[in-house]
Design a protein around this ligand. Structure first.
Ligand code: SAH
Length: 363
């Protein structure tokens, strides 16, 4: 028996081609696409304007990817909601709902685990299990919109995984989530964060997308960057900056640099001055993030004075900078922490301090 088709990963054109191949009219594809990507149904039986014979055919040949919510934790502080989802193969991923004044944002995972090995990050501690499919990434947004009852207008690819290490599925996700036949989320409201995979950054620049590219820099010198991010051994910081320049020249999109401040590692005035020099001629914005300590490592966050000094030094040198508001810290806000604590100990997880705000979907 041949494998069933992942119909939710078909884009609008692919779905039309498939329907033509089935001997169906093209407008049927439009209807089914709308059920899947606008009305967000998870079952063919819910497609009320599709005839029984076609439904049966689709049922026999295709499956509709759906994520099963396992747990949702809501921050008592800022309304951030963290969702744990189970994939069909049993793997667990996490996605985050972030209510901002300018609109509701979802932070999605792009892989199960990660193989980039950044020293301060919880998502990478157990390495990479597998890439997420396009339909699984779409489902992170669709399920959260459905479960929260709130319209999602912004997306950040900053959850677990390295988006550019799952290049084709991620680019297709970006195209489909912004498709006018689907949720139609503006590409200008989407940010993709990368640890700096230089060849893929160049490939992305050719894709003619209007998304914001964010680069996890976390250092201003090759030496410091290598300490924190093994990927720096593969691509020098200067190559990353060159790829950023190239990205801006091709897309006209201002870049964002993420810089997690780690006490006594990358938070000195000298480091800030070097950073200002490195970024001087780029159209960019720096996002300072006090590192969120994970229990497996002994990195500590910078003190308030160092954070303020770092920001001032950058500003004095003409760099745009913001300090990122830490959201959902009371619910294991940092990348991968919630999933990890869930996998490590399902029962004690239930006793976490956010219990009163958590809904358990597991019987
Ligand atoms: N792989 C991508 C996206 C995922 S991580 C990337 O590297 O950009 C999203 C951001 O959170 C990255 O900037 C990452 O370096 C940062 N991050 C991960 N763990 C963190 C922690 N414990 N404290 C602060 N920032 C963290």
């Amino acid at each position: 028996m041949s494998e069933k088709i992942d119909i939710k990963s078909y884009n609008y054109i692919e779905l039309q081609d498939y329907f033509v191949q089935l001997g169906e009219k093209a407008f049927r594809a439009k209807q089914v696409y709308s059920w899947l990507h606008e009305k967000l149904v998870t079952d063919f039986t819910q497609m009320t304007n599709i005839g029984a014979a076609l439904k049966e055919k689709l049922e026999a040949q295709c499956y509709i990817t759906a994520l099963t919510p396992v747990e949702v934790l809501e921050s008592a502080v800022d309304g951030t909601k963290k969702y744990l989802f189970r994939l069909v193969d049993g793997n667990i991923i996490e996605s985050v709902f972030l209510p901002y004044k300018h609109g509701n944002s979802v932070c999605i995972s792009t892989q199960v685990g990660c193989r980039m090995g950044c020293k301060f990050c919880a998502s990478t501690l157990d390495g990479l299990t597998r890439n997420l499919t396009t339909s699984e990434m779409l489902e992170e947004v669709y399920r959260i919109q459905t479960l929260s009852g709130q319209r999602i207008s912004h997306i950040v690819l900053m959850g677990a995984g390295e988006p550019l290490d799952n290049f084709d599925n991620v680019v297709k996700f970006l195209e489909m989530i912004s498709d006018e036949h689907g949720l139609n989320i503006s590409q200008r409201n989407i940010t993709l964060s990368t640890c700096g995979l230089v060849p893929q950054m160049k490939k992305l620049a050719e894709k003619d997308l209007q998304i914001t590219l964010a680069i996890s820099l976390h250092a201003s010198t090759q030496e410091t960057r290598r300490e924190l991010m093994p990927i720096a051994k593969r691509y020098e910081i200067s190559e990353v900056i060159e790829a950023c320049r190239d990205y801006f020249n091709k897309t006209g999109r201002r870049l964002t640099f993420e810089y997690s401040l780690v006490r006594d590692v990358n938070d000195t005035k000298a480091e800030a001055e070097k950073l200002a020099k490195l970024l001087a001629k780029l159209n960019c914005h720096v996002n300072l993030i006090p590192v969120n300590p994970i229990k497996e490592r002994d990195f500590r966050e910078s003190g308030a004075a160092n954070i303020a000094n770092f920001k001032n030094t950058l500003e004095k040198n003409g760099i745009n900078v913001t300090i990122r508001r830490e959201m959902g810290r009371d619910i294991n806000g940092a990348c991968g922490q919630l999933r990890k604590s869930y996998l490590e100990n399902k029962s004690s997880f239930q006793d976490s301090r956010s219990k009163r705000n958590s809904a358990n979907f597991e019987k």
